[in-house]
Design a protein around this ligand. Structure first.
Ligand code: NDP
Length: 277
């Protein structure tokens, strides 16, 4: 099947770029991950978001190899899990992730959660800085960091995170956190961009989908792109994988964006970062 147009890229700190739309693979079984990733890369995706937690880094690496897409055209993210915080542990966890992926570097390595009760994320960040210094992670960043976690990190470390990957969808548009990130040169990346599919039944989205001749998922993904978010929808369904990438050929107007803003309820699909890990 023919490839769809590639995602545009956004600038990252340090002169790098990141494809604005990628494939998320949380809850994709390791055994099926290779096929899912291959289908996505063949469709035109160039960005995959995994994590040690997902237990599918080996399948992701296999999918990358099977796709035949050259490594330097791809953007691969993985993350250090909560049970590997601390300088030495994070270095070891990173080596293990690279081994499972079968890669000699990743494009982005993230602290998955600040896990504030452990109070070790600054130490963990120092390990990520070392990994960046030796070139094995081209960029480093964080996930699920609130402004108070970032304030602390920024006063105690040398490198500003390139990215903060957070829960973000029409129920939880995260305006303040996006503004904080932007003010500090940190790109906002949206996880559960479709609220795990739960927001898609909204009549507001159905109306916009009818108006634009698109699906509700495409309307939500287009909203993310227009907010300037990096967005990583997950699907194991080939038609949806393609549908989710086919969002560069239409534009939501100001009224459409206002309608989507009316869906903000503060509802989360996951835990608040202060309550995790
Ligand atoms: P999403 O918001 O991406 O929703 C995924 C769900 O929506 C799946 O059930 C999928 O079904 C369904 N879906 C996908 N596309 C469509 C479509 N076009 N029409 C209808 N249904 C659709 O949820 P995730 O939680 O997976 O978030 C995306 C990614 O974000 C993760 O995979 C992971 O990479 C990352 N993430 C990061 C976290 C963090 O703490 N940093 C936490 C959670 C997620 P199906 O697969 O059956 O097609």
């Amino acid at each position: 099947m023919a490839s769809l147009p590639l995602s545009p890229v956004l600038p990252l700190a340090g002169g790098r770029t990141i494809p604005q739309l990628g494939l998320g693979v949380y809850k994709v079984e390791d055994a099926g991950a290779a096929d899912t990733v291959r289908v996505a890369l063949e469709a035109g995706y160039r960005h995959v978001d995994t994590a040690a937690l997902y237990r599918n880094e080996a399948g992701v690496g296999e999918g990358i190899r099977r796709s035949g897409v050259p490594r330097d055209e791809l953007f691969v993210t993985t993350k250090v899990w909560n049970d590997r915080h601390g300088y030495d542990e994070a270095l070891r966890a990173f080596d293990e992730s690279l081994g499972r992926l079968g890669l000699d570097r990743v494009d982005l390595y993230l602290i998955h959660w600040p896990a504030p009760r452990q109070d070790r994320y600054v130490e963990t960040w120092r390990a990520l800085e070392a990994i960046a210094a030796d070139g094995r992670a081209t960029s480093i960043g964080v996930s699920n960091f609130e402004p108070h976690h970032l304030d602390r990190l920024l006063t105690r470390s040398g490198i500003t995170p390139a990215v903060n990957q957070v829960e973000l969808h029409p129920w939880l548009p995260q305006a303040e956190l996006r503004a904080y990130n932007a003010a500090h040169g940190i790109l906002t990346e949206a996880w559960s961009p479709l609220a795990r599919g739960r927001v898609l039944g909204s009549p507001v989205l159905a109306g916009l989908a009818a108006k634009h001749g698109r699906t509700a998922a495409q309307i939500v993904l287009r909203w993310h792109l227009q907010l300037g978010n990096v967005v990583i929808p997950k699907s194991v369904t080939p038609e949806r994988i393609r549908e989710n990438l086919d969002v560069f050929g239409f534009v939501l107007d100001a009224g459409d964006l206002d309608s989507i803003a009316s869906l903000a309820s503060g509802e989360r699909t996951g835990l608040h970062p202060d309550d995790h890990g």
